[in-house]
Structure formats: C-alpha cells, structure tokens
Design a protein around this ligand. Structure first.
Ligand code: ACO
Length: 330
C-alpha cells in the first residue's frame, strides 16, 4: 500500500467532518463525490445552495446528500458574528465589520472549525495561501505551546535510500518567512510529529539545516540554527535532533560521519528543518522538480485544529488527499 493509500485508509477509520469553503469550485465538487463514495470524510460545502448545486451539475459531480451551508442563512451566523467580534474587538473589530467578514466563506469556515461544527478545513484551490491562512490564524490560532505555524511537505523521492527509504518531511516550506530560533525549534518538534502520524516514520530524526556543519562556518544566521537546536533539545529531550548540519551531512551517512563525528543524527535525518521560508520553499521545489519527487503538502503544523491549504494548481486527487490528511490530524 502506498503512503497516500495508507493516509486515505486512516481517514476512513476516523471519518471526520471537513468543511470546504470553496463550494462552487469544480475540483472541490468532484473531490466531494469521491470523499462521500469512499467514506474518506464527511464534507460540508460552503456557498449559496442553488449556485453550488448548479455548478455540481454543470461539472458532473454527484453531491447528493452533502450538507451545503450558506453563511448568510445559517442559523448560527449571528452567534458567529458575536463570537468573532468579542474575540477581536481589542484589535479594532467592529460589529459591522464582523458581520461582513463572516459572510466570507474562509472566515465562516474557520469559525465552524473553532466551534467544533467541523473537525478541519481545506481551502486554497482558488484562494492564495495568505487568504486561507489569515482567518485561520486569527480565529483557530496556534496550538498550546506553539507560537507559529509552519507548512511541511512529505517528500517521496523515487529510487532513493536517503531519509526513510526516500520518504522525508521538509519544513517550513510555506508559512513563516523569517522564524525566530524558538519558532524553528517548534517546527522541528511539529515536523517529527507529522513524520510519525502521517508518514508512519517510526523513528523521526530531525536535522536542523544551515550552510554550516557543527561550526564549520560562523555567522549570525548559523547562530540562530545552533540556538534553535539547543532550544529543541532542552524543550523536548526525547526528540532525536541535531544540527547545525549542511544538507549532505544531515542525509548521507559517510558525509555525516566525517563532518559531524559523534552526532547520532548526522547522516540519518528523515526530517529536515530549513532555516527560513526562502530556503524551505526553494528546497522542496528543487527536489520535486530535479529528483522527480512527489511533494505532498503543505501540511499546516502548529494550529490548534487542522486547516490545510491547497495549491491553486491542485488536481481533484490532491483535494481528496489533503482532505484525508486533514481528517487524519483531526
Ligand atoms: N504563525 C502563527 N500566527 C501567525 C503567523 C505565523 N507564522 N503569522 C501571523 N500570525 C497571526 C498574527 O499574530 C495575527 O494574529 P492576531 O491578529 O490575532 O494578532 C494573525 O495571524 C494575522 O497576522 P497578520 O500579520 O495580519 O497576517 P499577515 O498578513 O502577516 O499574514 C501569513 C500571515 C499569511 C502567514 C503571511 O506571513 C504569509 O503570507 N506567509 C507566506 C505565505 C506564502 O506565500 N507561502 C509561500 C507559498 S505556499 C507554497 O508554495 C507551498
């Protein structure tokens, strides 16, 4: 069974309710048909019922029996407006602005997750990452003990023995442009958890990446990675983690032994934490294109409840897979 098949199977076992705010989007509607047929999740679509059904018919998606919620007519719309206003009035929110924002399916969807009316949310087929993330960050917020959200990719590299037989987790590739050392440490912990819970990697080994290995270069950027490694080791003493490593020292046993002798993690890493978003985003795209790797994600880590972002170039299968991953994490 492939990793994605395993994830779909785990989702079927959990059978969670996932809200999809982009209710009139073609790939979303087609994915919903499969989600229901294969009992991967219980999807809820947001949108005006007539428009959602008309679009489904036009694209040939059978969404019979699926719950559709129009924010403007939802019985709990007024409660959502009140809650949202209370939550954000100290930040300058007004009742009028709250009324207007809660008509936006992305804000409404995040409130559904916040209030437990859905277990998770998936959007981004027609909205940018920032537009999906902002309401989620404002409403659902980070998990206890986490100060920042990160986006991980599961990389499946063909014909590769590095990582966990070619499977690796890369982070942060999607969210926090310039993390602090504390935030990098959080990304390490959260990524190891993603490796365990989604990839079935029994022993995640985290490498904190830099352009230096164990002091081979000195620079304030390297110092940040060294500090992040120390923080992670002291906050989570059981976490197998080390750094700072260059990518080859993290992944390749021989290089790890020669550049970082004595490190239990060097050369064995299957979770790579990049020093900032530019490195992470460039890194995963290079591996995806040059090594013809499958890149599954971004999987948002550190949120209090699971929300995941789709790429605007996503396929129907991608939507199904991201819903399944969201359900597994719910
Ligand atoms: N982690 C946790 N919370 C955050 C983060 C973060 N990284 N960033 C912002 N927040 C919180 C803020 O504290 C704030 O909460 P508050 O209003 O309750 O105080 C709320 O989110 C909104 O913050 P803003 O500063 O108004 O949001 P901003 O406009 O900066 O957007 C965002 C945040 C969307 C995460 C932004 O940093 C961003 O766009 N990041 C890059 C996304 C991106 O383009 N990724 C690459 C493409 S994805 C890909 O290729 C796979």
């Amino acid at each position: 069974m492939t990793l994605l098949e395993q994830i779909r199977q785990k989702a079927q076992e959990k059978f969670k309710t996932i809200v999809l705010p982009e209710g009139t989007e073609e790939r979303t509607l087609k994915a919903v048909e499969t989600l229901v047929k294969e009992k991967i999740a219980n999807p809820i679509l947001i949108g005006e019922e007539g428009a959602v059904k008309a679009k489904a018919q036009q694209v040939g998606a059978d969404i019979g029996g699926v719950e559709i919620i129009n924010p403007a007519q939802a019985p709990f719309y007024a409660d959502f407006v009140e809650m949202f206003y209370e939550m954000r009035k100290a930040k300058g929110m007004t009742p009028e602005k709250a009324q207007q924002l809660l008509l936006d399916p992305l804000y409404f969807g995040s409130m559904m997750v916040k209030t437990g009316k859905a277990d998770g949310e998936v959007a981004g087929a027609i909205n940018t990452t920032g537009d999906v993330l902002r309401p989620a960050l404002q409403i659902i917020k980070t998990a206890p003990g986490m100060s920042a959200v990160s986006g991980a990719f599961i990389m499946i590299v063909p014909n590769c023995e590095l990582g966990d037989n070619g499977i690796m987790v890369f982070a942060d590739c999607a969210v926090t442009p310039n993390p602090t050392a504390e935030q990098l440490a959080e990304f390490a912990f959260a990524s190891a958890e993603t490796a365990r819970s989604l990839c079935g990697i029994k022993e995640p080994v985290v490498g904190m990446l830099s352009f230096s290995t164990k002091g081979s270069a000195s620079h304030e950027l390297v110092d940040k990675v060294i500090k992040a490694t120390e923080i992670a080791k002291s906050r989570w003493p059981e976490l197998p983690i080390d750094g700072e490593f260059q990518a080859d020292a993290a992944l390749v046993a021989k290089v790890g032994q020669s550049k970082a002798p004595g490190s239990a993690a060097a050369g064995k890493c299957n979770v790579l934490v990049f020093p900032d978003l530019q490195a992470g985003n460039i890194g995963y795209k290079l591996v995806q294109r040059l090594a013809k790797a499958e890149a599954i994600g971004p999987i948002l880590q550190g949120m209090a409840k699971p929300v995941n972002d789709l790429s605007r170039g996503c396929s129907v299968e991608d939507v199904i897979n991201v819903v399944a991953m969201t359900a597994v994490r719910a």
